[in-house]
Ligand binder design. Structure first.
Ligand SMILES: C[S@@+](CC[C@H](N)C(=O)[O-])C[C@H]1O[C@@H](n2cnc3c(N)ncnc32)[C@H](O)[C@@H]1O
Length: 192
């Protein structure tokens, strides 16, 4: 597919600033498809803004919908400032700070894109607590082959184990691209 203009701008911003951690196009398309399914008045959270590539894919999925709140968190002030320089719609709410520390005050969400170590490798419980019934959590960079250090392997194995142990979640491992997990929070009415 053609890269949406806002995504291309964010990719250029990343290239200009030597930022190598933007989400891959496949992840972005997945994110856009999930964002398009967020219900009216819904809320989306991104952990780890980076240069705004993921954010741009979410906006592509939403296609001008102003009824959806989009919160994004970045802990590095320089990165956050560069991303904030973009022409985001007024209803995008950027936060600068540590995702784990901020999570309890951000509210609850229909879609969470966990794309930072904070809120995924640490503080996953807080991310899960912010996931609404029917809400979808997308985790990126879950392919063990991406990591060389044993501690990183252990970190992603722990994330998988935590998610699998949660009976309130329905999980799918998508071993494509950078490796993704989608976890959907069951509705309370679901059988125990
Ligand atoms: C993989 S990049 C994010 C890419 C972006 N989501 C995208 O789709 O292009 C991870 C980002 O998370 C940020 N980060 C790392 N730990 C964080 C934390 N605890 N809280 C908030 N941001 C964090 C990093 O500074 C980095 O910019």
């Amino acid at each position: 597919m053609d890269v949406p203009p806002l995504v291309a701008q964010a990719q250029q911003r990343a290239a200009d600033n030597g930022f190598a951690y933007s989400c891959a196009p496949l992840t972005g398309e997945l994110l856009a498809a999930l964002a398009a399914a967020v219900p009216p008045g819904g809320r989306i959270l991104e952990l780890g803004t980076g240069m705004g590539v993921g954010l741009a894919w979410v906006l592509h999925g939403l296609r001008g919908r102003e009824d959806v709140v989009l919160v994004t968190v970045e802990h590095d002030p320089k990165t956050a400032a560069l991303a904030a320089d973009a022409d985001w719609p007024a209803w995008v709410r950027p936060h600068t700070g540590d995702a784990v520390a901020l999570l309890p005050e951000l509210g609850s969400f229909d879609l969470v894109f966990a794309d930072a170590e904070g809120g995924k490798w640490s503080g996953l419980d807080r991310t899960l607590a912010a996931l609404r019934e029917g809400g979808v959590l997308l985790l990126d960079d879950m392919d063990p082959a991406r990591y060389t250090l044993a501690e990183h392997h252990a970190a992603i194995a722990a994330v998988r184990a935590t998610l699998r142990a949660d009976a309130g979640l329905v999980l799918v491992d998508l071993p494509v691209g950078t490796g993704h997990i989608i976890a959907t929070r069951r509705h309370a009415a679901a059988a125990a």
